[in-house]
Design a protein around this ligand. Sequence first.
Ligand code: ATP
Length: 587
Amino acid sequence: MDYAVIAEAYERIEATTKRLEMTDLLVDLLKKTPKDAIDKVVYLTQGKLYPNFVGLEIGVAERLAIKALARAAGRKESEIEEDLKKSGDIGETAQNFIAKKRQVTFFQKPLTVQRVYETLDKMAKTTGAGAVDTKMALLAGLLSDATPKEAKYLMRTVTGNLRLGIADMTVLDALAIAYGGGKEARELTERAYNISSDLGRVAKVLAEQGLEGIKQFQVVVFEPIRPMLAERLSSPEEILEKLGGKCVAEYKYDGERVQAHKKGDEVVLYSRRLENISDQYPDAIALVREHVKAKEAILEAECVAVDLDTGEMRPFQELMHRRRKYEIEQAMEQYPVSLFMFDALYVDGKDLTLEAYPVRRKALEKVLKESDRVKAAKHILTSNVAELEAFFEEAIAEGCEGLICKSVGKDSVYQAGARGWLWIKYKRDYKSEMTDTVDLVVVGAFHGRGKRAGTYGALLLAAYNPETDTFETVTKCGTGFTDKDLAELPAMLRKHVIPRKHSRVQSTLEADVWFEPKLVLEILGAEITLSPIHTCAMDSIRKGSGLAIRFPRFTGKYRTDKAAEDATTSAEIVEMYRSQLKQISSA
Ligand code: ATP
């Protein structure tokens, strides 16, 4: 298959903002792809070579990309830099220079997908002395044989700037249309993805073996399962009602979610975003090794910073110190952690994800050898509002965020990859005005003036709408940033800057700078109000109005554990708005 087919499809996909059109274009591309290359094409459309949990990125720095382009185009690096300053997009710059070069070149081998993929793979795996030169030569080789359009997308891919905005769910839609057909196929394919987190493999199995192959997908140790998520409600009464009058309530620990995979002595920890974070937590790995009795297991836990002397839980922010490459031993001593286990998804050959929660909880308790630092999440089984409220206060007093109330019904399976009503979170903050925090995505920024000249004055923040797969603005926030945050923000956001509003962002405001929706910040607001300016939940409460957060403040938490699609949803903001109205009317 020629890479030109892919480049052509990218160009069309980029030109549309409509999800259905995007799906059709993707279906087209998938149909043109030979079955044995479909996994590669799926990874490439997402700017990757492998699923996230493999942790191998193409990761070419801009400097190196410039060098490779200079070599392939026979130009000076300074010329390329000059053009890049104007275009702001390494892809466009590559396209320009390769186009000029082509006028004097007569013979080129057409690029195949196979060659592109294998070369990028080689680049990703090259390390050690001389790696920079090797990577440069490999990239220059590809660019030399590329058409201008191919060069544009190659360059964007290797530098991590391929921004097609194709969500996983869109790929699944397209796969079901191209190969499966029908609703059943879509559901089975999604389940296969949810338990394997590997879109490329799902695509390949579907293409090569059809639905029969998809039905064979199983939970496997060292393939992370997409996490189940909770809805939220603001009173114990509502929660009990929604859960059929009875639930298990567990402490909602305030740490980092980890999915621990164990096979013999080998243990891997995956984050909420399913990245391998084992390097950050050698102590947690040792705890799993020692305290999980099963040979093979996949368990979920909240990894919480603790004071080992007092046993007290420490704030979530302390875990930030674990996000480093070096001196992890020292960070481990200074910021020790405990594990509070809350689910068992697989134990010794048995997939538990389709079992009801009480069965999973029992399996969890059975496999744990509890200690001070490894425990099953504290819980009660209750049908009583007062008891739930009291347990909630206890959780808060011990340093938790509140409770997660879980269904114990027959259908209380582990809903991998879904936010549903089988788990409902109950956090303190709902009780007063809007002192609850939300996690919002930075989609734009406004230049600062005066003291803030040279950095951002305010950020444009958005909630996620999974129904339309778009980001809807909900507030402009310039408060709560320390001088250090302000100094660092432009650098943190630089790699996400795009020349115009992202196709998945809904905004009536014109920002000075637009970003690809990536960075998630925790925000505390005073109140949610109707607003004609912001697009969050537009028309859902009143025609012509969206919802906005008044007096937003950055809490200091960068939610790097969340992808943009994990941000607070527009529906959640609507729910918060409604509960606020209830409080006002009952006050
Ligand atoms: P939040 O920002 O409130 O943590 P979230 O979007 O990360 O929300 P939710 O599904 O809304 O995730 O809330 C569940 C989260 O709470 C889990 O991701 C997990 O990290 C954490 N958690 C803490 N204790 C528990 C528990 N006992 N059971 C399930 N999740 C728990």
